[in-house]
Design a protein around this ligand. Sequence first.
Ligand code: DX5
Ligand code: ZN
Length: 231
Amino acid sequence: MQVSNNQFIAPSILSADFTRLGEEVDAVVAAGADMIHFDVMDNHYVPNLSFGPMVLRALARRGVSVPLDVHLMVEPVDELIGQFADAGASFISFHPEASRHIDRSLELVKQRGCKAGLVLNPATPLSLIEPVLHKLDILLLMSVNPGFGGQAFIPYVLDKVRQARALIDEYSLPTRLEVDGGIKIDNIRAIADAGADTFVMGSAIFGTPDYAQTLASIRQVLSAPAEFRLA
Ligand code: DX5
Ligand code: ZN
């Protein structure tokens, strides 16, 4: 796993070529991806339908060498938590609005041996999850409204990133702070400077011809000294 300053790039396979999914995953991992982001959509919690645990199992069996970062955009969540844990998920994050009992669903993720996360939509306040922030291995902040790749980054989410970073640091938590949606090479530095350490990127990676070049450019922007960063 390649981590520069502990910053993780997690390509979202929602934007990959589904006719060659295994090869696409191999290619982004070879190019330096730190995790693979797996967007599960049920056409109930979000107005779109993507893929289920069988696809994750197939990728896990193929021998993906980096963690599988499952983002459940489903309601209810508990049954699918078990199925994705059995299929080989590393992280399982779900939307608190989609669970009747958030703490119980988080415990279920952990009992099944996965790292647990919650996902906040752009308009969902941090206060909703503050009581269980200490239980989170990862906090995922949506910077688009969930359901589709290729959308524009919602700028007001940057304030929530700063607030989340302040909370995590205040309690000295090991929680990863992940941002998801509309992240491009020209805004990722501002998102990192706001305090994010894990970046989901779909179209900004899979929409390019050379994944190694794309990831190298992203790493360069993230690691540039502050005084030299892009305006
Ligand atoms: C949207 C998904 C995101 C999306 C990111 O509901 O959760 O992970 O695939 O795609 P881009 O990076 O293209 O916005
Ligand atoms: Zn996602």
